[in-house]
Write a protein that binds this ligand. Structure first.
Ligand code: URA
Length: 213
């Protein structure tokens, strides 16, 4: 069974977590990815955003949300009045999963499966417990499933603040924060009506911004 659990340090903060994650072999995704892309941002950020997994650029640079989807996300955050200084960004899965096109070297993103998501979840849970943000925003279906369960659907549940779900079996294993789901920024890039999709993302993020105001 795939599991990052044994790679997690028993003590320490985000720095220790990040260093340990660099050596994670809890699932086979480490084999082809360039490096682990751990979360980034202030240790006690008020807002924490969860994406799916690093993309091509993130895999090369080792930082989350630095590629095209990341640039769009940062524009949307800015429009919603949310600055970088209070925002921690991370992903549900911390290695880039891809296929290579038959010809050429282009690496095409592949969605992580449930086994890979479950294997990687201990890193996300550890980040959440250390940062204890006031608001968590899950971006898209993968991040939503990681925190709200496999029946999560973005379309039905976006833009609404809800109490932070318990992270483990114990319902008291949580903190007094809120969670909001919205679409993944790459779905905005793929949308037929990008402008409307972008407005929708900004609208949802503005709900999070209001909760932090
Ligand atoms: N998409 C994600 O979900 N995460 C990243 O870090 C980049 C793109």
């Amino acid at each position: 069974q795939y599991d990052a659990g044994p790679y997690l340090p028993r003590h320490g903060g985000l720095g220790a977590l990040r260093r340990a994650a660099a050596g994670c072999q809890g699932c086979p995704l480490f084999e082809h990815a360039t490096q682990t892309v751990f979360g980034a941002g202030p240790a006690h950020a008020r807002l924490l955003l969860v994406g799916e997994q690093p993309g091509d650029q993130e895999d090369r640079q080792g930082e989350p949300f630095v590629g095209p989807a990341g640039r769009l996300l940062h524009r949307a955050l800015e429009e919603a009045g949310l600055g970088d200084e209070d925002t921690y960004v991370t992903n549900a899965v911390k290695h880039f999963k891809f296929t290579t096109a038959a010809r050429g070297k282009r690496r095409i993103h592949k969605a992580p499966n449930l086994r890979e998501m479950s294997a990687c979840r201990p890193w996300l849970v550890a980040e959440l417990r250390l940062v204890e943000p006031e608001v968590v925003v899950v971006l898209g279906a993968t991040a939503g499933r990681a925190l709200l369960g496999s029946s999560f659907k973005v379309g039905e549940q976006r833009g609404v603040l809800r109490p932070m779900p318990a992270l483990g079996e114990d319902p008291s294993d949580s903190w007094p924060g809120q969670l909001l789901a919205t679409v993944h920024p790459s779905s905005v890039l793929r949308s037929d009506d990008r402008e409307a999709a972008f407005r929708g993302l900004v609208g949802d993020l503005s709900v999070a911004a209001a909760a932090l105001a």
